[in-house]
Design a protein around this ligand. Structure first.
Ligand code: SAH
Length: 397
């Protein structure tokens, strides 16, 4: 295995257990390394920091997959996949609602599972894999072999259409093991049937990272009038309706999402107390800014507003705006379940933003719960980038 070395003894994140080394941190005097090749990183005194996958194109030159040097081969990949599966099976029993969420789960989550750049989701017998880096792309045949060994897959879909692949010089393509297109189909998640487009939908087809929150928030929904803002395919709204909400309104700007949410409601016999509206949530809040409070439970689950450092200030204004408007539309004692999936927005930033929104809305607000991403999207403690989803359940008097 080729080796590389940090070029100065200055503190860098890899020395503190972080799984990345950046181009500027690495001594340039090394043999040529191919994209996706495994290399060992040494610090200046010659101690090994482990083995990682190389990229010539990304600013993140090295992503660690193992603490000691070993080839990134079928044996390693199989072991890492087994460990990821065992981690889920162990955590799954302890996690609230695990029985109900069944076999729709994330099996592999990149660096947090020692397989940098690889995402693998399971929807019953169907598996959706994404390779985001050259190293992960090389692993796909071994990933396929492992899935076929461990499960009897109905289909494996390679969702290699994420735009970040272009920056790694990888082609954008979606293909299946069978070679046939995978038609949208019904999948049961947490007791609700969803019509999922695993081949063409957002992410790998479903926001698996929110499925525990769908059930958590539904436990608060009985008899309440519910607004599910940024509803996608209706996860929160449908679970709330199923749990006995008085009525629910779901809003999303995507016409496809609204059509699917309506279809899901019909299929689950929930069309009687759900309504879905295609609208921009910001515009909808502006149009309804002077309305009397009329929701008892509001869910805000927007897309990541802060995708870059420069976008932070605007993102925080966006978060504050929707949270302020939502608080104003809540009846006294009403509940707000609010989330941010921006990796750059920390829990403290998020709570500080909510405090400002509550102050401006003149609502005395209590924190019932601060929520986290589910254990099948593991947070690696020395890798803050792995912690992206946070939320809070609030009561506004
Ligand atoms: N709550 C969903 C996931 C939401 S993902 C769940 O639990 O499954 C974010 C959603 O916001 C996407 O469906 C996207 O179409 C929608 N969206 C993005 N910008 C929007 C806007 N300005 N107004 C309304 N919806 C928006």
């Amino acid at each position: 295995m080729k080796s590389i070395r940090l070029h100065s003894p200055r503190p860098c994140r890899a020395l503190a257990g972080h799984p990345w080394a950046f181009a500027g941190e690495i001594d340039r005097a090394h043999a040529p390394i191919a994209d996706g090749e495994a290399v060992e990183l040494f610090e200046t005194r010659g101690f090994s920091l482990g083995a990682g996958l190389w990229s010539n194109r990304s600013q993140i030159s090295w992503r660690r997959y193992a603490r000691r040097a070993r080839p990134f081969d079928a044996a390693f990949i199989g072991e890492a996949l087994d460990a990821a599966l065992a981690r889920r099976d162990a955590d799954g029993d302890a996690a609230a609602g695990a029985a109900a969420v069944g076999v729709a789960r994330r099996l592999v989550w990149s660096e947090a599972d020692n397989l940098p750049g690889l995402v693998l989701d399971q929807f019953g017998g169907v598996f959706a894999a994404q390779a985001l880096t050259a190293g992960a792309d090389r692993a796909l045949p071994d990933v396929r072999a492992w899935i076929e060994r461990r499960f009897s897959p109905r289909e494996i879909i390679f969702r290699n259409d994420a735009p970040v692949r272009e920056r790694e010089g990888l082609p954008l393509e979606v293909r299946t093991v069978s070679g046939k297109p995978f038609a949208p189909d019904w999948f049961r998640i947490g007791g609700v049937e969803y019509f999922l487009d695993l081949q063409g939908g957002q992410k790998t087809g479903f926001y698996l990272d929110q499925r525990e929150q769908h059930l958590r928030v539904a436990r608060l929904a009985k008899g309440r009038r519910v607004l599910d803002a940024f509803c996608n395919q209706g996860g929160f709204a449908l679970q709330a309706a199923r749990a006995g909400a008085a009525d629910t309104l779901g809003i999303d700007s995507s016409p496809e999402c609204i059509a699917t949410a309506e279809r899901n409601a019909l299929r689950n016999g929930l069309a009687g107390n759900t309504r879905f509206l295609r609208a921009n949530v910001f515009d909808w809040f502006t149009e309804n800014r002077d309305s009397e409070p009329r929701f008892d439970l509001i869910i805000l689950d927007p897309p990541p507003f802060a995708r870059s450092k420069d976008a932070m200030a605007g993102a925080m204004r966006g978060y504050k705006e929707i949270n302020l408007r939502a608080l104003k539309l809540l009846t006294p004692g009403g509940l707000l379940a609010t989330y941010s999936c921006s990796q750059r927005v920390g829990v403290e930033d998020f709570l500080a933003m909510l405090a400002e929104a509550a102050s401006d809305a003149r609502r005395e607000t209590r924190v019932l719960e601060v929520t986290n991403q589910p254990p099948d999207h593991p947070v690696l403690l020395n890798f803050p980038e792995s912690h992206y989803l946070k939320g809070a359940i609030l009561r506004a008097e």
